[in-house]
Design a protein around this ligand. Structure first.
Ligand code: SAM
Ligand code: CA
Length: 258
């Protein structure tokens, strides 16, 4: 510990620019230098995730890997995290916005009790149907109510009926980032007090700390400002407690407190 501090102090940059140009790790008290390398990530997958991954999730992951848009899928470690979180909060009534081929959906469905429910929304049914046979084989398709189409009108309909307020235990949001704030405005009424909303991709490829003129893929640049706005809005929202985790591409866990 003392050695690390000495090393860090010796090379400590004098301002933010130096820090960036020297690409030094930050020196917050308690910083544990997690995920220093790709090898460390691989270690997590091989030691903790793959050996415990249900056969159906492995199969769905392999089918998805062959799909041209596979960059969109939830990673195996995040799937394991969601599965654990849903069990920890004893979720029964859940929602997912953004299904793609269904990896996070299957992680959720497997975690829920037999009579658990997932309202799952995606504008694209074709990709959902790619994973559906695997979900059916796993015996959890009866928990899923899939709605094809944009999520916002469905949420508006739910919010319009007060009976739906405070009825969701867990909600996973993993769709169009430019609508996350609009989703949040509605979801906060639908999730129960003590319930959880997870907003995915809140570190947005690391672009949240990139200078505005940094090279970025077009879609990363386009959604970046929306993610930055969301992160500020969540941090300022007194109705929730939050915790931003560097799992996958960043997930912000929000617990409704009033
Ligand atoms: N959670 C998924 C998984 O584990 O593989 C990944 C979801 S992917 C990142 C984002 C999904 O959001 C896409 O399948 C896309 O079709 C869907 N989407 C985009 N805009 C949407 C909207 N307005 N309403 C519902 N779904 C939308
Ligand atoms: Ca995601």
């Amino acid at each position: 510990m003392a050695t690390t501090t000495t090393e860090a102090t010796k090379t400590s940059p004098t301002n933010g620019e130096d820090r960036q140009s020297q690409n030094l790790r930050h020196q917050e008290v308690g910083h544990k230098s997690l995920l220093q390398s790709d090898d460390l990530y691989q270690y997590i997958l091989e030691t903790s995730v793959y050996p415990r991954e249900p056969e159906s999730m492995k199969e769905l992951r392999e089918v998805t890997a062959k799909h041209p848009w596979n960059i969109m899928t939830t990673s195996a470690d995040e799937g394991q995290f969601l599965n654990m979180l849903i069990k920890l909060v004893n979720a029964k009534n859940t929602m997912e916005i953004g299904v793609y081929t269904g990896y996070s959906l299957l992680a959720t469905a497997l975690a829920l009790p037999e009579d658990g429910k997932i309202l799952a929304m995606d504008v694209n049914r074709e990709n959902y149907e790619l994973g559906l046979p695997i979900i059916e084989k796993a015996g959890v398709a009866h928990k899923i109510d899939f709605r094809e189409g944009p999520a916002l009108p469905v949420l508006d309909e739910l919010v319009a009926d007060e009976k739906n307020h405070g009825t969701y235990d867990f909600i996973f949001v993993d769709a169009d980032k430019d609508n996350y704030i609009n989703y949040h405005k509605r979801l906060i009424d639908l999730v129960k007090v003590g319930g959880v909303i997870g907003y995915d991709n809140t570190l947005w490829n690391g672009s949240v700390v990139a200078p505005p003129d940094a090279p970025m893929r077009k879609y990363v640049r386009y959604y970046r400002d929306f993610v930055l706005e969301l992160n500020k809005a969540l941090a300022a929202d007194p109705r929730i407690e939050i915790c931003m985790l560097p799992v996958g591409d960043g997930i912000t866990i929000c617990r409704r407190i009033n």
